[in-house]
Design a protein around this ligand. Structure first.
Ligand code: NAP
Length: 300
């Protein structure tokens, strides 16, 4: 990350008057989160007297932290690694997406109680449409079966697509496929299957899929030379490639896909749109997506 300049700090600075509404992000660690500049830029752009703060919370202190946010009058908060499952367990009610995914990344503190949402799934859907990769009717290969994959598979299965999850630990891919099939009433045309993340299986699927989504951290800084796609396996040129990694923007996987002539997109769109969904839940206003994206790009 490049250091923030004074100009950048100027749009980070909220008014902090008596009526300032507060939101933030709970994580451990949290200091590298781009959510504070992203949301504060949006508040400033719309002239809203709101502030978004980083909230470093140790995992064992999540119950006290969430109770503290309510006591302090926060409107809500985001939860990032490793707190999404814990937030799920601490709220009074869950959105259908959070319930199916088994994790909550957004807290909305309402008079009636603590509401847990998962905006990663909707954020991913919005990002796919923005990248002109509509999932409807497609066959998608999801690489990885961790926390982010749960939101991705939920979003894809909601869009009546066939999903094949490939993971290094096959049992986790199978467990995710079963959990998603059970947890949601997937459209009849959707099917979810699982397999190993190995060259042979990827070669078998590569001619059939329309979309490849990387949900593993392979290729993320500082291991930028890594890719989940084998170097000696041609990337399917008719398929789109969505990489959830956004640091660096152009991963080795995206380079492979681009070289094959495939359409590509990095993970910044998902990051921005999951934030936009949370912003809209809290403020009930349309999020200035372009402003939020520019703020992320400035700090990444
Ligand atoms: P996670 O829960 O730890 O899951 C990681 C997944 O990657 C697991 O399936 C794991 O396989 C696999 N994996 C890890 N190292 C591997 C390796 N060396 N070889 C093969 N597979 C490997 O992590 P997560 O929370 O899902 O996050 C994954 C990535 O998505 C991160 O880069 C994160 O920054 C990114 N992300 C982006 C957004 C966005 O908005 N763009 C949102 C969320 C996450 P095993 O099960 O075998 O361990």
């Amino acid at each position: 990350m490049t250091p923030l300049t004074l100009d950048a700090l100027d749009w980070l600075r909220p008014n902090l008057l008596g009526g300032t509404k507060l939101v933030g992000v709970m994580g451990w660690p949290v200091e590298h989160s781009v959510s504070p500049p992203m949301h504060n830029a949006a508040f400033r752009h719309l002239g809203l007297d709101w502030a978004y703060v980083p909230l470093p919370v140790r995992p064992q202190e999540m119950p006290e932290a969430v109770a503290g946010l309510r006591a302090l009058g926060f409107v809500g908060a985001n939860a990032t690694v490793p707190h999404k499952r814990m937030l799920y367990d601490l709220v009074d009610a869950l959105s259908p997406a959070a319930r199916a995914i088994g994790a909550a990344n957004t807290l909305h503190i309402r008079p009636e109680g603590l509401l847990g949402h998962n905006t990663d799934a909707a954020g991913f859907q919005r990002a796919l449409r923005e990248a002109d990769m509509p999932p409807e009717g497609s066959h998608t290969l999801v690489l990885g079966a961790g926390g982010a994959a749960r939101a991705v598979v939920y979003a894809l299965a909601s869009s009546a697509t066939t999903v094949t999850i490939l993971n290094r630990t096959v049992a986790k891919a199978e467990s995710l496929a079963n959990a998603m099939a059970d947890a949601m009433s997937a459209p009849a045309s959707a099917s979810i299957e699982a397999g190993p993340l190995d060259r042979e299986t990827m070669a078998r699927y590569s001619s059939r899929v329309n979309l490849v989504v990387n949900t593993t951290p392979l290729g993320m800084w500082p291991h930028v030379e890594c890719s989940p796609w084998p170097a000696d396996l041609p990337f399917p040129r008719e398929a789109g490639c969505y990489d959830l990694v956004y640091n660096p923007r152009r991963t080795q996987l995206l380079r492979q896909a681009e070289a094959a002539g495939a359409a590509i997109s990095d993970g910044l769109g998902m990051l921005v749109h999951q934030g936009a969904e949370a912003f809209e839940l809290w403020t009930q206003q349309s999020a200035p997506v372009a402003v939020m994206r520019a703020a992320c790009e400035a700090v990444l």
